[in-house]
Design a protein around this ligand. Structure first.
Ligand SMILES: Nc1ncnc2c1ncn2[C@@H]1O[C@H](COP(=O)(O)OP(=O)(O)OP(=O)(O)O)[C@@H](O)[C@H]1O
Ligand SMILES: [Mg+2]
Length: 250
């Protein structure tokens, strides 16, 4: 039997105005794993990801996050739950007017009230973890695309989250930087036992990092399980996603 899931979503419906985006969507996320939320553009991956931690309200269904039913949490408990999560949004950028140090120290100052010297040490540790030691005083404009993503990841893990959500983290990166980011995510899983939920549609990345995939198609989850099982599954939309026309000959 698999370990108890850390997120359990069932029967989710999400609508923007009149338009229903997710319908009867559900899946499980397991602790200590990298789960990739995969699917075509506009299928509802970002919407599903945001619904996991209450950023988008659901009109139907339920979400258990850690031990609690999300809908039953009062404000204080919800805020306490949020503190256990880190998020790297799609196109989520660093604040350009702040240095790398300031970008990462903001969540620490807001949430911990620790003395400045401790916060400085914590930022140093996070920057080492993402292979950006010594970049504290640089501004985002002075960083390459890959470095910006890693600094944003350092910010997402500033508060030592148990789950990190990353939405298309390697978008816009070249293959080398994308692979480096993948290695970082794997090391967060293996060294710090962080649970990662990664929205991506990049097959190379999925093959490198995914312990499990959740395949979203037209607002619902058509498959969840290992990549191996996904490849063996007889689900046309999933087969087409995993083996796009140009890749069949490879
Ligand atoms: N705030 C919004 N208001 C109205 N429609 C929205 C909103 N956000 C997303 N949508 C629509 O919901 C659908 C799913 O969007 P979502 O961003 O979840 O897809 P996605 O799978 O993350 O796509 P992508 O791969 O392009 O990031 C799309 O048709 C999108 O246009
Ligand atoms: Mg998206």
């Amino acid at each position: 039997m698999p370990e108890q899931s850390i997120i359990q979503a069932r029967g989710l419906e999400v609508a923007y105005g009149e338009t229903v985006i997710l319908r009867d969507a559900g899946c499980d996320i397991y602790p200590g794993q990298i789960t990739c939320i995969v699917g075509g553009s506009g299928s509802g991956k970002t919407t599903l990801l945001k619904s996991f931690f209450g950023l988008i309200p659901v009109s139907q269904g339920r979400i258990r996050l850690f031990e609690s039913d999300l809908a039953s949490l009062g404000e204080a408990d919800y805020n306490g739950t949020l503190r256990r999560l880190g998020v790297l949004f799609q196109n989520g950028a660093l604040l350009n007017s702040l240095t790398v140090f300031e970008n990462i120290s903001v969540p620490l100052e807001q949430h911990t009230g620790l003395p400045a010297e401790i916060i400085r040490r914590m930022v140093e540790v996070k920057l080492s973890l993402v292979n950006l030691p010594g970049t504290e005083d640089l501004y985002p404009a002075e960083l390459s695309g890959g470095m910006k993503k890693r600094a944003a990841l350092a910010r997402a893990i500033a508060l030592d989250p148990e789950i990190v959500f990353l939405d298309e983290p390697s978008a816009g990166l070249d293959p080398q930087n994308s692979a480096a980011l993948d290695r970082l995510m794997i090391s967060l899983r293996d060294r710090l036992q962080v649970t990662l939920v990664v929205v991506t549609h990049e097959l190379d990345s999925i093959r490198r990092i995914a312990d499990r995939i959740v395949f979203v198609h037209e607002g619902t989850v058509l498959f969840e399980g290992s990549l191996e099982d996904a490849e063996a599954a007889d689900i046309p939309a999933l087969n087409a996603f995993l083996e796009p026309a140009g890749e069949r000959a490879r």
